[in-house]
Design a protein around this ligand. Sequence first.
Ligand code: ATP
Ligand code: MG
Length: 467
Amino acid sequence: MKPSRLPIRWRLTLWYLLSFTAILLLFAGFLYWQVQRSLLAQIDSGLQLAATQALVNVDGDNGRLAFQNLENSPQLGSRLSDDIGIYLLSPQGAVWQKLGHDEEMPQLFPVAGLQTINDKDDRWRVYGEAIDLPEQPGGWLMMVQSLEPVTTTLLALSLQLLWGLPLALLLAGTGGYFLAGRTLRPIDDITRTAQVIHASDLKQRLHHVGPADEVGRLADTFDAMLDRLEAAFIRERRFTGDAAHELRTPLTALKGRIGVTLSQPRQPQQYVDTLQEMEGQVDRLIRLSSDLLFMARLDQGQMAQQWERIDVQDFLGAMVDQIQPLAAAKAIVISQTIPTALTLQGDMDLLIRLFLNLLDNAVKYTPENGRITIHANQDTTDLRITITDTGPGIATEHLPYLFERFYRVETARSRNGTEAGGAGLGLAIAHEIARAHGAQLQVDSQLDQGTTFIIIFPLPKGANLSL
Ligand code: ATP
Ligand code: MG
């Protein structure tokens, strides 16, 4: 269907008018029908009452029926002045006597009960009753009344309705248009404010004051969306700045080193030393750029994930083997308590990266002769793997930001020693990988109390616990 070009205000008014017209038409029809019915009922009861009164005055007279002693019946007299015609008919329909209403009357046939007769241009209401007096000839009493007053009243009513209807619709339309305008005005306000908000200035908000109705909720949702957008923009800007800074630091160091080396002739051994030092910086650059690339791919969901069932004990054992040389160099003992037959669904390459990042941190930040403990257990809902170290711990104020990109606990230990000074991407990557697995990465740490990282993998629904 083609979308309507009509503004909502007009569409609302039209719909309103349409339903209002339908209601008015129904109402007018009902009114007309009710008035017609009650007018007819009034005439019918008048005719029947007059018939009862007239019957009292009917008697036999020379082999036919006739009205007697009319002067003694004032009630009947007043009925006659109401334009009622009263007839006495022979059983065959010949008129024996006729009272009241001089005008031309329709031809009557002896029929019992109420009926409507259409005669030329006029309509008549007729009531007939058979007369059966003892020892008198039989006959018919017929009461007739013109329906012209009813027709006139109904015509007048129709005319009034016909005039009134467009007038009512005009008023309703104007009112509807005005009301629709009032209802939509806050939305117009929102649109106007939204139009002046630019990507460069996401600080503006609608700050809608008013009831928390549909419009209020729209405005609040809009503001909340701007909050998120602004936060995302700030994050993005900081990320770019941090990345540039991280790239610049080793590059500046390289440049400085090259400058110093070239400033005067050197011994071959000095060149070798310089190149070896430069290699360290280049390694750092390569690691940084591959981390950034990895992160970008993860963000864009471009990481081709190959999910497989992984034996937790084997997997963590292999991770420990890989990190063991680094730990041994610092005389750090790694111990593990991992039950057999625990399995995990996930992408092997990504999970290797996750656990190596955590183990690398544990070894990197734990002083010599420390201890790292790896523990795994599974309950009815999830599988938890914890990595605890006896390192320096992390102050509580840093914990909320630990998984942010480039976030480092800026202390002498992490920045000074070139070996320990990472880019601050390791935990952010680990966090993203956990999220891609539907898992949670949490940290539990206090200064001087060591650190525990917890990875919680939800069990797939219907997983067999004995697996
Ligand atoms: P990268 O991992 O990119 O080489 P990094 O190790 O400095 O650099 P993250 O792994 O993201 O960055 O860690 C962020 C910060 O958290 C670290 O700078 C460190 O201060 C702190 N941290 C991480 N793990 C531990 C730990 N086990 N004990 C103490 N501090 C830790
Ligand atoms: Mg790290």
